[in-house]
Design a protein around this ligand. Structure first.
Ligand SMILES: [Zn+2]
Ligand SMILES: [Zn+2]
Length: 384
C-alpha cells in the first residue's frame, strides 16, 4: 500500500543525555533533540496485518496536525521541531477515520463495514497511571503516527478498544463522506475537550471565556465553549483567515493580538469583571499567559493545551489574590471524551467540519503538510 513515511537520523544533540530506556526502545522522549535530517516521502510499504484484538481500517480521512508540520519544518541544525515522543522511520498521521475492512479473531465489538474514528494514544491499560484512570499519562504509551504507523496511508491496523463508532454522526449528516470528515476531527476536538472539561473542570453557563490561538485546537475550544453555554467567547489569533473561521465556529469577537492589547480588550468586553475561563491553544505561553493573568476574573481558570518547551514566568500573587487556578492538559483518552465529542457532533451542536478548508489526495500529503505550515488554513484533510 501507499503511505507517507517519515525517516530521520538518530543524532542526539551534544547537550542531550540519551536515557537507557531511549537506547533500548529506540524512542526519543524529546524528538527535537534527537532526530536530524528528516525526510518525508509517500512510498510503497507492506500492508498492515491486524493482530487478534485489532481491526484493519481502510483510511477515509486523516487531518494534518501541527505536529506533522513540526516533522516537516526543521531548525537551523536540521533537527525536527516536534519536541515529543517519537520513533522513526514510521508512517505519520493520527487524526483519522476509516471503514473496518477486517477484524481479528478476538474482536467482538466491531464488524466489517463499521465506520469509526480512533484514539491516537495507545495506552497499555496495565501500568499504574492507566489502572488509576490516567490513560493520557500511560508509562508504556505508543502513539499512532509518532512511534507506530499512522494514518497517512491506505490502511491501518489498530486495537478495537481504541475505536469509536461514527454511526450517529453519519445519521446527522446523511452522508458517509461528510461523516468520515467529521470523524477525522474528533481527535483534535477531543484534545480541546479534555483540557476544558475533564482537566480544568469546565465552566458554568454564562462564563466569560477567552481562547488564545485559533489553530485546530483553539477552533475546537471556541466551538466547545460556545456549545457549552459560555456567556462570551473571545478569540485571539494572528491569522486573518483563522479569525474568520473562529467567528464561524462561535467566537463573538476575534482579534489580532498584535494590533490590540489582549488583557485590555478582555477587561473592556467583560466590563471590568475579567475572564472566567482562559484557554492557551497558541503554544506561545510566554506571550499569552501574562495577558490571561491580567484579565483573570475572581475564581478564574487558565488551561494550557498548546505545547511549548519553555519556562514561563508567572506572578503567583495573581492566583492568590484572584483565587485563580492553572491546569496543564495533555491527550484525549478516558473520561468519556471521544464518545461525548461524537454525541455533540451528532446532535448538530458542534460542526467541526467547518474548520476543514482544504482536501488533498494521499500522493500529495507532503504538499498538504507544507500548505498547513503556512498557518492560513483551518484544517487540511488528506483523503486516501
Ligand atoms: Zn494532532
Ligand atoms: Zn499504561
Amino acid at each position: 500500500m501507499k503511505a507517507l513515511v517519515l525517516d530521520a537520523k538518530w543524532e542526539p544533540r551534544p547537550d542531550y543525555t540519551v536515557t537507557p530506556w531511549e537506547k533500548e526502545t529506540g524512542k526519543a522522549i524529546t524528538g527535537s533533540s534527537v532526530w536530524r535530517h528528516p525526510q518525508l516521502n509517500v512510498q510503497t510499504v507492506a500492508d498492515p496485518t491486524p493482530g487478534p484484538d485489532d481491526v484493519l481500517l481502510q483510511v477515509k480521512a486523516c487531518g494534518v496536525c501541527g505536529s506533522d508540520i513540526h516533522f516537516y519544518e526543521k531548525d537551523k541544525d536540521d533537527y525536527i521541531l516536534y519536541p515529543g515522543l517519537t520513533k522513526f522511520p514510521t508512517t505519520t498521521g493520527h487524526e483519522f477515520s476509516g471503514e473496518v475492512v477486517a477484524v481479528g479473531k478476538q474482536v467482538k465489538t466491531l464488524k466489517v463495514g463499521d465506520m469509526v474514528t480512533a484514539e491516537e494514544m495507545i495506552w497499555c491499560g496495565y501500568c499504574t497511571p492507566c489502572r488509576n484512570g490516567f490513560p493520557n499519562h500511560c508509562e508504556n504509551l505508543e502513539e499512532i503516527g509518532f512511534t507506530i504507523p499512522g494514518a497517512f496511508a491506505e490502511y491501518l491496523a489498530i486495537g478495537a478498544k481504541y475505536c469509536w463508532k461514527l454511526d450517529a454522526i453519519a445519521e446527522r449528516y446523511g452522508s458517509k463522506e461528510k461523516a468520515y470528515e467529521a470523524g477525522s476531527v474528533v481527535e483534535p476536538t477531543s484534545v480541546a475537550y479534555n483540557g476544558i472539561f475533564p482537566r480544568a473542570g469546565g465552566f458554568a453557563p454564562g462564563a466569560f471565556t477567552a481562547i488564545f490561538g485559533a489553530g485546530p485546537i483553539g477552533l475546537a475550544s471556541i466551538a466547545l465553549c460556545r456549545a457549552s453555554g459560555a456567556g462570551l467567547v473571545v478569540a485571539f489569533e494572528v491569522s486573518e483567515n483563522r479569525r474568520a473561521i473562529a467567528k464561524k465556529l462561535g467566537a463573538d469577537y476575534a482579534y489580532d493580538p498584535r494590533t490590540v492589547v489582549p488583557h485590555q480588550v478582555l477587561m473592556e468586553l467583560t466590563k471590568g469583571e475579567g475572564v472566567d475561563f482562559c484557554v492557551e491553544a497558541a503554544g506561545a505561553p510566554t506571550k499569552t499567559i501574562p495577558e490571561m493573568e491580567k484579565a483573570l476574573a475572581i475564581n478564574g481558570k487558565i488551561v494550557q493545551i498548546g505545547r511549548a518547551a519553555e519556562r514561563v514566568p508567572m506572578y503567583l500573587e495573581t492566583l492568590q489574590v484572584r483565587r485563580g487556578q492553572v491546569y496543564g492538559a495533555q491527550g484525549h483518552s478516558g473520561d468519556a471524551i471521544f464518545p461525548s465529542v461524537i454525541r455533540m457532533m451528532a446532535s448538530g451542536r458542534l460542526d467541526m467540519t467547518q474548520m476543514i478548508t482544504a482536501r488533498y489526495d494521499l500522493p500529495k500529503t507532503v504538499e498538504a503538510i507544507a500548505a498547513s505550515g503556512e498557518r492560513f488554513h483551518g484544517k487540511i484533510t488528506v483523503k486516501p
